[in-house]
Design a protein around this ligand. Structure first.
Ligand code: SF4
Length: 473
């Protein structure tokens, strides 16, 4: 039923370039499901957990000075709204709002300081949004001073920024480079003018090309491009042209996201329903398969979910060597780092907790002005949550459930303790998503495409919840 042979098994090996998954099978398992950038997932966070408990956990987790940490800064401003957007944004042209926001970020860093350990090296620093390119060069430099005066970056820290090529100037590229950025991901989504018009994001390819030139000239060593499939007016022909055009730009990484239509959370997305131009589920699957084929034929390695990278890119190397990680920013190479996140809506993570700042700019600024950290909700993980997180991350990153290895890591008999979950994999195994051997299960290339479906079998919250998710493909 599926195109599969033993040479296609992945484990730590790359997916063969000409692998063609079975459309029927993808259709069968194309169900709503979480993306597992965390476990438990964000819908489980609750307002009932006291901030004091979350901060006590943060303080406890910060004791070990040798533990590396990641920093994330959410810069929410955008000059106009892209109608597909699922991010937490503030749409404005007022630069003074960004200046006030930096004042607030600075204060938030100071309020967080008593719970952190300044000796812990920062191995990852990321600027996301919103649009980090909303900030003028002077504001970017100020942000750098705010961070560098309070945190010690490891010499090999990975510093990255999300770029909107429509707004980038050479000065901004240089200002983020001076701050330490060497990695940039550029929002492109689709290069077809009709699609761009429909999503309210007109971005000629020349703009993207110029942005890449400025970034490379400023010393950036890794350029990523983000695409989205499932947008209005996309066809196989138009998306093939988009793929050809972005491949010609020679990015080091590509992310090809499935458009998540969640108008109950993002009402602006309803605009995309007019004209009935959203691709049907069948076409959406074909668009994804087209991307998979074109990118692997062009030499990119499918890292998992929506991520692709050149074979010599750190992500591809980490996949081959079993060191891949997954966190709120997707796949990553930095192991086990706690994430300290700043700015409205940002999510922080330690081994034992998650906490999220308020998603409302006014509330965020009011809390900080009152000297309070703007925590809106969070979660203290139970020992069972932590075990299941390890299992799900093993699936997502190692593409294997090895009974011995997981028994050691979890300090229990994995096959015995999770017997019912393992039994529940029978249909997925019969359909070729997994292969069973005497020491565990290996995810097949088809299974990699449906990894969320496999992970869902270990999610203890799904059967209890009423939350709605985007589809798995
Ligand atoms: S896609 Fe990017 S630029 Fe567009 S509204 Fe969302 S965050 Fe802003």
């Amino acid at each position: 039923m599926i195109a599969q042979d033993s040479t296609l098994l992945v484990g730590s090996a790359p997916v063969a370039p000409h692998f063609l998954p079975d459309l029927e099978l993808l259709r069968k398992y194309d169900l709503p499901g979480p993306r597992y950038t965390s476990y438990p997932t964000a819908p489980q966070f609750t307002e009932s957990v006291p901030s004091t408990d979350l901060l006590a956990d943060l303080q406890e987790e910060s004791r070990d000075p040798s533990q590396p940490v990641s920093l994330y800064f959410h810069l929410p401003f955008c000059e106009s709204r892209c109608w597909f957007c699922g991010c937490t944004t503030v749409i404005t042209r007022r630069q003074d709002l960004a200046d006030t926001y930096l004042d607030t970020l600075e204060r938030e860093l100071d309020l967080t300081r008593p719970y952190l350990n300044p000796a812990q090296p920062v191995t990852q620093l990321h600027f996301g949004g919103g649009s980090p390119t909303f900030l003028a060069p002077k504001a970017i430099r100020r942000l750098g001073e705010i961070i560098h005066s309070r945190h010690r970056l490891a010499p090999d820290a990975e510093v990255s920024v999300e770029i909107d090529p429509r707004r980038l100037t050479p000065d901004q590229a240089q200002a983020y480079a001076d701050l330490g950025c060497r990695r940039a991901s550029l929002g492109v989504q689709d290069t077809d003018p009709r699609v761009q018009l429909a999503i309210h994001r007109v971005q000629p390819i020349e703009q993207t090309r110029a942005a890449i030139t400025w970034l490379r000239d400023a010393g950036y060593t890794s350029i990523g491009i983000d695409l989205i499939y499932g947008l209005p007016y996309q066809t196989l022909d138009s998306f093939a042209r988009t793929l050809d055009e972005v491949i010609a730009l020679k990015p080091d990484r590509l992310a090809v996201f499935s458009y998540a239509h969640v108008p109950w959370m993002k009402p602006a997305q309803r605009i995309l329903e007019r004209d009935n131009a959203l691709p049907a589920a069948e076409l959406k699957l074909k668009l994804f398969l087209l991307a998979l084929r074109r990118l692997t034929e062009a030499g990119y390695v499918h890292i998992g979910m929506d991520h692709f990278a050149r074979p010599d890119d750190e992500l591809a190397v980490a996949l081959r060597s079993g060191r891949l990680q997954r966190n709120f920013q997707g796949y990553s190479t930095r192991a086990g780092a706690a994430i300290h996140a700043f700015g409205m809506s940002s999510i922080s993570q330690t081994a034992g907790s998650y906490r999220q700042n308020t998603r409302d700019l006014a509330l965020y600024q009011a809390a900080i002005a009152e000297g309070r950290l703007p925590i809106e909700r969070g979660l203290l993980l139970t020992p069972e949550d932590r075990r299941r997180r390890q299992i799900i991350m093993a699936l997502m990153c190692e593409r294997r459930l090895d009974f011995d290895s997981l028994s050691k890591r979890l300090n229990l008999d994995f096959a015995l303790t999770y017997a019912s979950e393992l039994d529940s994999l029978a249909d997925l195994t019969a359909d070729g998503l997994l292969v069973r051997d005497e020491s565990g299960f290996t995810v097949t290339p088809t299974g990699v495409l449906l990894i969320r479906v496999i992970a869902m079998r270990f999610d203890a919250y799904l059967s209890r919840g009423t939350q709605r998710f985007s589809r798995t493909v």
